[in-house]
Ligand binder design. Structure first.
Ligand code: ADP
Length: 194
């Protein structure tokens, strides 16, 4: 099965992806995590991505498509994957279709996390302040001066994917402002119905 979790930054996709990975054996492919790993390892991709991510902009399509293409060839993705933070543009969505088709697979479902912008900004600002107070590192792009740009880029580049997948009949929307457990149960119900 191939599943996409779609939604704005801070909507809780990563939390649900980890729960799904644990319960469904679907491999979570988070391009954000992969890019942060590339930065930590100081690879050429990491060096290219760092300044872009710190500003809250999107990394070029060819870079993230290349990362996903590579990753999908590994054995733990043989039965499909759970895409978290990818695709973020229609070019990435088209590339994913082609990659899956090349593997004799298809996309089964896109779950959209609908979340209010004002609540997201509050959530991220609070999380950054709490982490800072606890002496924990704050993600450089979770800073209150950068986060609004990530949201703006989401609305401009990524939100069009909602209509894109809606037209293909693949979209299921859930209210991402509900408690983690409620969101988890709603996703489980969607997957049961596939
Ligand atoms: P979030 O979902 O909280 O925004 P991610 O960890 O998914 O965080 O992404 C962090 C940053 O990594 C993004 O703001 C962007 O710069 C970069 N990034 C991650 N995935 C992609 C992608 N598919 N296309 C372009 N840039 C990406």
């Amino acid at each position: 099965m191939n599943l996409i979790l779609l939604g704005p930054p801070g909507a809780g996709k990563g939390t649900q992806a980890q729960l799904l990975e644990a319960t469904r054996g679907l491999k979570q492919l988070s391009t954000g995590d992969m890019l942060r790993a590339a930065i930590a390892a100081d690879t050429p991709i990491g060096r290219q991505a760092k300044a872009i991510m710190d500003r809250g902009d999107l990394v070029p399509d060819d870079v993230v498509i290349g990362i996903i293409a590579d990753r999908l060839t590994q054995p733990d993705c043989a039965k499909g994957a759970l895409f978290d933070g990818f695709p973020r543009t229609t070019a990435q969505a088209d590339a994913l279709d082609a990659l899956l088709a090349g593997r004799g697979q298809k996309l089964d479902c896109v779950i959209e996390f609908a979340v209010d912008d004002g609540i997201l900004i509050e959530r991220i600002t609070r999380r950054a302040a709490q982490d800072e107070a606890a002496g924990k590192p704050v993600r450089s792009d979770d800073r209150p001066d950068v986060f609004p740009n990530r949201l703006a880029k989401y609305h401009r580049d990524t939100a069009p994917l909602i209509a894109h997948y809606g037209a293909k009949g693949l979209l299921k929307s859930i209210d991402g402002m509900q408690p983690v457990e409620v969101v988890r149960a709603e996703i489980a119900a969607i997957l049961e119905g596939l």
